[in-house]
Design a protein around this ligand. Structure first.
Ligand SMILES: NC(=O)c1ccc[n+]([C@@H]2O[C@H](COP(=O)([O-])OP(=O)(O)OC[C@H]3O[C@@H](n4cnc5c(N)ncnc54)[C@H](OP(=O)(O)O)[C@@H]3O)[C@@H](O)[C@H]2O)c1
Length: 236
């Protein structure tokens, strides 16, 4: 409550449109957190509440708790998603779609790496965020293979690789919006231009193929069984 009051003072406003929790708090029962958030909405200080960085079962339990107690439910989930981080496709994106929760993507350029500013095997250029120790883990081989495809599409389309990566994230199934980061006005203008054009199905398929991480269990098993069902339904 004190934090929200302080935010309202700093922002010079009387309400916050979307108030998002930053991560998992394993020490506080959902009932308590959700009652506090509900009180803020009832008091008119917050319009909607969202979550960030939760696992699928944590968010599902929060939604069930809201439903059970008649409290405000999370309307959005802010999660990491990019061509270098596609794990949310296995669980968090389908779950959000099934539960009617909006998804806001953070780090759509993997902290700048997908702008193509860094060569394979070389250090990040000085002055960039990655050069000062951005911690986001990526698979280096797969990511630099992906950057090659990004650069190729960007050159053919006469746009920046960053725009191609943002366009891919914007079109992700279950993605509502992309939270962009920009260090200067040029980057901001460039990033906004990603909303003005579309990838072809072939370009998207090329990006999907080169950036796909290996499927862990039980996703590979479900994929395998689904493939069986498709074969059966086709009479093979
Ligand atoms: N919920 C969470 O836990 C969480 C976590 C992280 C971020 N976020 C939110 O998500 C926002 C976006 O994340 P992010 O900043 O990591 O996004 P990002 O798009 O992955 O990285 C942004 C960085 O990429 C570079 N860049 C951006 N546009 C570019 C362009 N057009 N051309 C070349 N380089 C470009 C800039 O760094 P350089 O120029 O220095 O390379 C910029 O600082 C953050 O501002 C924050 O609000 C939330």
């Amino acid at each position: 409550m004190r934090s929200v009051e302080a935010s309202l003072r700093r922002l010079g406003t009387d309400h916050i449109d979307l108030y998002q929790t930053h991560g998992w708090d394993g020490r506080t029962p959902w009932e308590e957190t959700l009652r506090a958030l509900d009180d803020l909405v009832r008091a008119g200080k917050v319009r909607y509440v969202g979550a960030s960085n939760l696992t699928s079962w944590q968010l599902t339990r929060a939604l069930a708790t809201s439903e059970r107690l008649g409290l405000e439910r999370f309307v959005s989930h802010q999660i990491q998603y990019s061509l270098a981080a596609r794990e949310v496709e296995w669980e968090l994106l389908p779950m959000a779609e099934a539960e009617g929760v909006g998804v806001m993507v953070w780090s759509p350029l993997a902290g700048g790496l997908l702008s193509g500013h860094q060569e394979r095997g070389a250090a990040p250029p000085s002055g960039t965020r990655r050069a000062v120790g951005w911690f986001e883990p990526v698979d280096p081989e797969r990511t630099f293979d992906t950057i090659e495809v990004l650069r190729k599409i960007a050159a053919e389309r006469r746009v920046s690789p960053a725009q191609v990566a943002l366009r891919w994230a914007l079109d992700g199934r279950g993605v509502t919006s992309v939270v962009i980061g920009a260090r200067n006005e040029r980057q901001l203008t460039d990033n906004l231009a990603a909303t003005t054009w579309s990838l072809t199905a072939e370009e998207r398929a090329d990006l999907d193929a080169v950036s796909a991480p290996p499927l862990p269990y039980p996703y590979w098993h479900q994929d395998y069984c689904d493939a069986d069902r498709v074969r059966e339904s086709e009479g093979e």
